[in-house]
Design a protein around this ligand. Structure first.
Ligand code: UDX
Length: 477
């Protein structure tokens, strides 16, 4: 038995079961493990099944069904557990998202509780629970087992702050005001006046009886009771909302949380098989390829997809388009315009999924048409690639504001909500070859420097993470 003073801190990490949340959690786990933590990482059965069945030949992504095996072989103490989210594997969680979220809200916590009870006295004993802010039970379960409670927010601090102050938005009549109010929101602590259209879609939506609203209400009640909030952002880029939040409780920016060496990460956390794009990219001149992807979750209308395809054709720019099979919903199959395949043969590559970091860090990529998922924005900054922004739902509207209006590292795809092929072709050309493209390219390099500094040994993200670790270690002895 080890002396108490030598005991390693042991954290259990539980991501929300979606790609955009699993990725930063996996890399937070790696970071903490490399700083001396024992980690128990928890995926739902369904996410685990997705990750480990990725290759079409039936072999698993890592050749094993333990996604952390390689990390463990390189000396990190990362344990891996899977629990049920309450639904059978074949259940379509995207199609039935309300039912799924409801299940996650009510059933999942019981499974987490059982797992924590099982490992709380393991060697080393569990000291810390780190769960996604969208879970509504973090402080309750942590308190029950006397663990340090940590909420990990995988989106920007600005989005966190807006949700945090839902009561203020409600009392001023800006909550659920979609298209009814245009006056700026100028009363949220740490937030410069922001237009209602730049709030997350959940704060704009007029139907507030949905499951996601219950999750947000309960989640933000719980988050106010946790010991720490860790945010996947950079202090220098979002200092005002972070400083204002810190008046209430410890909120630490520790981002960006992803593998910064941009080669293939040693933990494969992709939910789908990654098509190889490198060979094709190697044949293209530097900065000539537009990468197009709308992340793992958002859907477009069929009209959007058609206009995007025509816009790509008209622009004459080379492109890689990550076109998920369900991009316009599961019942639409033939959504590309007739003749587009000829265009693709000439100067494009369409894949259902790829290793995004590997693609956007390739020197051939010169722009990213994105839905503004937060991971995509952070990754694109890291790779020095400017953005063409086309937000579709949730935090993506607020993320667009940060990227385009505040940091000026991207341009809007369309000035009105409707995409048109001619506007799109013009915007692509301006981004890839025009003067405004040079401007945003220069800005993205500046923002990358801020990110790089934050991650350096005495940078803000590194110091914040170390400060958090010191606190957990103190609690461990
Ligand atoms: C969701 C929300 O939509 C997003 O707004 C929120 O910030 C996080 O949760 P998602 O839509 O999947 O995420 O977008 P994003 O945040 O960009 O995350 C996608 C992740 O998948 C990125 O880490 C990206 O590198 C990865 N990816 C995407 C791939 O590895 N391959 C692909 O082909 C596409």
């Amino acid at each position: 038995m080890k002396n108490n003073n030598e005991q390693r801190p042991h954290a259990i990490l539980i991501p929300y079961p979606l790609q955009g949340h699993v990725n930063p959690f996996v890399h937070l786990a790696m970071k903490l493990a490399s700083k001396g933590f024992t980690i128990t990482f928890v995926n739902t059965h369904s996410i685990h099944h997705q990750i480990t069945k990725t290759k079409p030949d039936g072999s698993t992504a890592n050749g094993t069904d333990d996604i952390f095996l390689e990390a463990r072989q390189s000396g990190l103490d990362i344990r891996y557990a899977t629990i049920s989210d309450g639904f059978p594997l074949g259940f379509d969680r995207i199609l039935n998202h309300d039912m799924f979220w409801d299940g996650v809200l009510h059933v999942f916590s019981a499974h987490v509780d059982e797992l924590v009870a099982k490992i709380v006295h393991s060697d080393p004993p569990l000291t810390c629970l780190i769960a996604d802010t969208f879970f509504v039970w973090t402080s309750v379960i942590a308190n029950k087992y006397n663990l340090v409670s940590v909420s990990f927010w995988t989106e920007p601090a600005l989005v966190f702050t807006l949700y945090y102050h839902m009561n203020l938005l409600t009392s001023h009549g800006h909550f659920a005001c979609h298209d009814k109010r245009e006056d700026a929101i100028d009363y949220i602590p740490g937030v410069d006046p922001i237009e209602p259209k730049d709030m997350t879609s959940y704060l704009q939506a007029t139907d507030v009886t949905t499951v996601i609203h219950r999750i947000l209400y309960k989640g933000y009640e719980d988050v106010k009771r946790v010991d720490f909030v860790l945010v996947n952002t950079i202090q220098e880029l979002e200092s005002n909302p972070i400083l204002a939040l810190q008046e209430n409780q410890p909120v630490y920016a520790i981002g960006p949380v992803f593998p910064t060496n941009v080669t293939k990460p040693i933990v494969g956390s992709s939910l789908w098989f990654e098509s190889d794009c490198t060979q094709w990219l190697n044949t293209r001149p530097p900065g000539s390829v537009l990468y197009v992807s709308f992340g793992s979750y958002a859907h477009c209308t069929k009209n959007d997809v058609v206009e995007i395809a025509h816009g790509l054709s008209l622009s004459k720019v080379s492109f890689i388009w990550v076109l998920r099979a369900d991009i316009v919903g599961s019942d639409e199959v033939d959504f590309l315009p007739v003749g587009f395949d000829e265009e693709v043969k000439e100067r494009g590559l369409i894949v259902p999924w790829c290793c995004q970091m590997e693609v956007i860090s390739h020197q051939a990529v010169g722009g990213f048409l994105t839905h503004c998922g937060w991971n995509s924005i952070l990754e694109s900054i890291w790779c020095g690639v400017p953005l063409l922004c086309f937000p579709l739902l949730t935090d993506q509207f607020t993320n667009r504001k940060l990227a385009v209006d505040d940091w000026k590292i991207g341009v809007n795809l369309c000035d009105k909500k409707l995409v048109t092929r001619t506007e799109m072709a013009a915007k692509i050309n301006r981004l890839m070859c025009g003067k405004s493209g040079d401007e945003v390219r220069k800005n993205v390099k500046e923002v990358r420097k801020v990110m790089e500094n934050a991650l350096s040994s005495n940078g803000s993200s590194e110091e914040n993470l170390n400060c958090f670790i010191t606190y957990v270690k103190l609690k461990t002895v």
